[in-house]
Unconditional design. Structure first.
Length: 194
């Protein structure tokens, strides 16, 4: 590769593609994670961030059920959410499955409409899932949901989950909801679902 200009980190290969990996991935550098990506020349100088996987969770596990990936523009939200989930998983010390992460507006509205048709209200129309700030985590068995919830609440009480803004257990659905949506006064939003 040869230098394409005076800006550090911009190099062009024989096909005219730009490697914007060195000085350009500002948000990835802020996360402390290296990300290199070859992008077409017509792209702007600062390439969108490639969202890094967490310690225990991959970014694709948080994609919408429609197949839409977690939005790269929300790198800051992703960093908070995956840090929260990784801390929970570290303490749990067993596998957790992401039941639901990011949701598109349309997908979430479909869930809300389905709830309404059943006479239920389990899905929030203003869900933090739509903002890329929530995850529903399922332990290996439904009997473990109360234990997982207890760990999350204890970690929060001990100040070990500063990202946590809301937490719910869904004993029938067998998961624990955790989100990074903070209240103005900082209290933990807590509820019980089905």
């Amino acid at each position: 590769m040869r230098r394409a200009g005076h800006r550090s980190g911009v190099e062009r290969d024989a096909r005219g593609e730009v490697d914007a990996g060195v000085g350009c991935n500002i948000a990835a550098g802020a996360l402390g994670l290296a990300a290199r990506r070859v992008v077409p020349r017509r792209r702007a100088f600062c390439d969108p961030v490639i969202l890094p996987d967490g310690v225990y969770f991959r970014v694709n596990e948080f994609a919408c059920h429609t197949g839409e990936p977690y939005p790269e523009a929300w790198a800051d939200r992703w960093a908070n959410l995956v840090t929260l989930c990784d801390r929970i998983r570290e303490r749990w010390s067993r596998p957790l499955t992401v039941v639901s992460g990011y949701r598109t507006d349309a997908y979430n509205q479909g869930l809300v409409n389905g709830d309404a048709a059943r006479g239920s209200h389990q899905v929030a129309s203003a869900s933090y899932h739509v903002q890329g700030m929530a995850a529903d985590l399922r332990p290996e068995t439904s009997e473990e949901v109360p234990q997982l919830l207890d760990i999350v609440l204890r970690m929060h009480a001990a100040g070990e989950l500063p990202e946590l803004g809301g937490c719910a257990d869904y004993p029938v659905s067998s998961w624990v909801h955790a989100d990074t949506g903070k209240t103005r006064d900082g209290h933990l939003r807590r509820w019980i679902g089905r």
